[in-house]
Design a protein around this ligand. Sequence first.
Ligand code: ATP
Ligand code: MG
Length: 460
Amino acid sequence: MAKVVVQFSCNECGTTTGRWLGKCPGCGAFGTLVEELTGQPSGKGGRASPGAVRTPERLATVRVEEAARIPTGVPELDRVLGGGLVPASLVLVGGEPGVGKSTLLLSALAAISRDGRRALLVTGEESVAQVKLRAGRLGGADDVEILAETELESVCATLESLRPDVCVIDSVQTLFSAELGSAPGSVAQVREAASRLLRVAKESGVATVLVGHVTKDGAVAGPRVLEHLVDCVLQFEGDRYHAHRILRAVKNRFGSTNELGVFEMTATGLVGVPDASELFGKTHAGEVGAAVVCALEGTRPILLEVQALVSRTDLAMPRRVGTGVDPKRLAMIVAVLARHAGIPLGTADVFVNVAGGVRIDEPGADLGVALAIASAARGAPVRDGVAAFGEIGLTGRLRPTAQAERRLEECAKLGIATVLAPDGTHGRSATPRVVRAETLRQALAAGLGDRRVETADDAD
Ligand SMILES: Nc1ncnc2c1ncn2[C@@H]1O[C@H](COP(=O)(O)OP(=O)(O)OP(=O)(O)O)[C@@H](O)[C@H]1O
Ligand SMILES: [Mg+2]
């Protein structure tokens, strides 16, 4: 007989305590502890029965049934997953409200069902009629099976008996188990739902996709254990006011992370944008403060326009505001520009923005960001048809970047004439022309065609 005990767990990090506290001892958040009832086995003396001794296997003798991945019919999603859904895996898709999670997954289910596979949608958020309306808009989803259910036990039992190839649960926060006393969406419920679905997915071979809500900081809501449990965590980003959405893998047990998928939201659903560089990597000739950077996202090179604004300020601490760039890297680039390239920015606010709502995390984008800031500070446009990549060191020297060859290929594809790159970058073909620079100062001189950069003094 299970004894019901009361405990308090944190909505943010999942830490549990025996009594209510205003501040979570785990993550320090305030007001996040909520009461939860959990069953606890009440064994006499508390000793569990000794487990059976099992014989481990040698890896060499393990039989592998190479399960083919299930293509989702959405090439951008396949790319992010590492080539399709792995059977019997659990994938978590997080994203802000209204970003298009349900739309993306319904299109995927539609394509999977058209391939002759069994695709099931368990909806807890929308009614069957609402999903039908969306399906009508997207088209081709006639064979998708749909179940409006929020009870965890029923969902698990249905999955075990139907054994669909793919099942989407929209969303994991709406599932609840009557055995637990807490409300749907609470930490205990979400954790229970995820672990039971994981077992069902592995035992019944169902590739299961969970839709998860995100907190205001953008992390998937519910305990962090959710992210540890699942095989793959995908993050759907992009703000509601732009048509473009970015899908990236935060964790992937079966493929590379940092892989990027780009979509455009249209009246007929999300359309993949295979050539994102074409869309985001254009500047207007002669425009001051704009540069094209060739960044790498996973295995995918992408050309992005970076814009910068440098404006005089009376603030004692000038602002460095970056949208789509890491604030620490931005501060470093500004400091190196001032110290080693003769571009004083001590009395200026610096704003940097990356086109299309894309976020660039890799250091290879440094040179492009520096070029945009230098262009804005000098009032001199970047030379026409120039793209840049390269990591900037604290000494003002440029460091070679990974996969230069792929970046150059992408530049050639998009008709870029000249690429500014660190010394030691080798291109296999004649186009684009590679201008190699050893230092940031040399790179800026070549990119801006501004003699003042070459002759200006150090320090400031
Ligand atoms: N007719 C339409 N034309 C263009 N875009 C549309 C149309 N209808 C809906 N959308 C877009 O679809 C988005 C909603 O998508 P969806 O319901 O898939 O989001 P979601 O991430 O599942 O949201 P939630 O978290 O609320 O479930 C809206 O923000 C809107 O931009
Ligand atoms: Mg939805």
